[in-house]
Design a protein around this ligand. Sequence first.
Ligand SMILES: *Cc1c(COP(=O)(O)O)cnc(C)c1O
Ligand code: SF4
Length: 346
Amino acid sequence: MSHRITGISGLKRYVDLSDDEADEIERASREFRWAITPYYASLMDRKDRNCPIRKQAIPSARELEDVLGEEDPLHEEKHSPTRGLIHLYPDRVAFCVTNRCAMFCRHCVRKRIVGKRDYNLSQGDLAKGIRYIREHEEVRDVLITGGDPLVAQDAWIESLLREIRAIDHVEIIRIGTRTLCTMPQRITNELCDILSRYHPIWINTQFNHPKEITEEAAAACDRLLRAGVPLGNQSVLLRGINDDTDTMKKLVHSLVKIRVRPYYLYQCEVVRGTAHFRTPVERGLEIIQSLQGFTTGFAVPRFVVDTPIGKVPVAPQNIVARDENSVTLRNYEGKVWQLPNSVNWR
Ligand SMILES: *Cc1c(COP(=O)(O)O)cnc(C)c1O
Ligand code: SF4
């Protein structure tokens, strides 16, 4: 964390930058902060401006050319009973306990809170969130997120886990973190020991491109898996980075090889400063269609569009006709099959 790259001169150790590009970075960074871990920077292509690692990490002047983007497209602030806590679904909450991240991804959905002045929630705000969870017995699933909660100190993480685990009706604890991808060195044996004391804990991370699946990342995943933590991946569909079927297929195959289950593929949100990454919803559908049936069932993520009314799964339509006594289904190759299926079977 303390060696992160936050200036042009540091960045020039990893990539060749023209004066124009350096000027662009300076202009964009006045609006949107940036920081890159030395590890993630080491994956960048020195010469290629279109490198998918570079595009996710290095600010672009195109971030300033966004007329549609909103600060809070998910209206998360409206669903927040206590600071950082979001209670949108009946049985689970998201708890944004910090705005700190190892890297400030250019496409981040929480650009409004991430990359401003660093903070962890205060002890008082944490206590309010935990009290809310304790008083709401319907909450059986707590997703600790941010920012990136694993950027915090071990002791801080452990005390948070201890308090949440002490609530009887909380069945599972989930952590959302991108450190597996941007700072895999964070996954120390000590951290794994802590996590293993508060099971069931599940972790979701975010790999967006096969170049990110390195030996270091695979080793970090392996440490967590050995500590009994199931791993899922939430990719973001990003124009010019992973919005083609070959890249996505390679990504999901690389993930299952390191035992990380593709969970969601997110439509890029209409967040201010991300216009150049957006694709039409149809692109996501085409990608899912190119995977479903063509590869391992569990390698296919669910394509979701997040909205103020929640995540909406968007799937290719496979029921092509229905009458009283049958349903006609289409398979991945476009073949159809009529199946006896009465409407009176209810
Ligand atoms: C995404 C999200 C969750 C978790 O949703 P799952 O579909 O169960 O993974 C919970 N709360 C909020 C506010 C979310 O945005
Ligand atoms: S790690 Fe997640 S929260 Fe942090 S900047 Fe990247 S996308 Fe946003």
